[in-house]
Design a protein around this ligand. Structure first.
Ligand code: ZN
Length: 247
């Protein structure tokens, strides 16, 4: 084989590897067409959050420090965190083709005996081994919020809790972090969900915060709004409605 065919063989093998390693997110037929549309819109928001968060992964960034601290021997390095966010928005051909596998979103969690949907508080369940996200019935009782129909509060008013700005996209972003890295869980033995408790957790344990899915979700939310010019969120878990500069 001459050098030219050899080159093309190597090139096509390389192409094959790229094709095999590319992932996607598929919405299963167990989600009816209305829910498929909502998930689709939410996945657009996932990309908006991830893009803004990626631009704020910086040890000197105010939001990054507040939600991930600066541990001397980090459980997740800054570069790992950056890669995870980039995986969700940097694409070559199709949305989410940076994922190393295909993620399936299903809507039949409440009918599936293998799922823990049906408990009073579970919005979604992730099966890491099969890269499946089950959206539970409770997920659909969350406010139907998308970034497109959410206006940030006036910068002239006192800050509000970011909990009032949680979108379907932010909820999916949380679940996708569980899928992308099995070490990113929900804090054991105590809740670390929401604006206040994710900030508190980062103060308590920066390494714990780096392995807590909601820290990623709330950092991404703050970074998204900051990228839109709204920087009025508190980073003080003791007062979410206080302006940071007044502390
Ligand atoms: Zn979780």
């Amino acid at each position: 084989m001459g050098p030219a065919p050899m080159f093309f063989l190597v090139l096509s093998l390389f192409h094959l590897v790229i094709q095999c390693s590319a992932g996607a997110i598929q919405i299963d037929g167990t989600c009816d067409s209305g829910r498929q549309r909502l998930i689709d819109l939410a996945l657009g928001d996932v990309q908006r959050y991830a893009r803004a968060a990626s631009g704020a992964v910086d040890p000197n960034n105010k939001w990054y420090k507040a939600w991930f601290g600066g541990p001397s021997s980090p459980s997740m390095r800054d570069s790992d965190i950056l890669n995870l966010f980039n995986t969700l928005w940097v694409t070559t051909n199709y949305p989410f083709d940076g994922l190393p596998f295909t993620v399936t979103i299903r809507c039949d969690g409440d009918d599936n005996p293998a799922s823990v949907c049906g408990t009073r508080t579970t919005k979604a369940q992730v099966i890491y081994q099969t890269h499946t996200i089950f959206l539970c019935d409770i997920f659909w009782r969350e406010p139907t919020r998308f970034l497109i129909n959410l206006a940030p509060p006036s910068i002239y008013k006192p800050p509000e809790s970011l909990d009032h700005f949680v979108t379907y996209g932010q909820l999916l972003l949380h679940e996708l972090f569980h899928i992308m890295d099995p070490y990113i869980r929900d804090k054991k033995g105590g809740q670390a969900y929401g604006h206040e408790y994710t900030l508190r957790y980062a103060l308590e344990s920066a390494n714990g915060a780096r392995q807590n899915a909601d820290n990623y979700a709330f950092f991404a939310s703050a970074a998204y709004w900051a990228s839109r010019g709204y920087r009025n969120w508190s980073t003080n878990p003791n007062c979410l409605t206080c302006r940071d500069e007044l502390r």
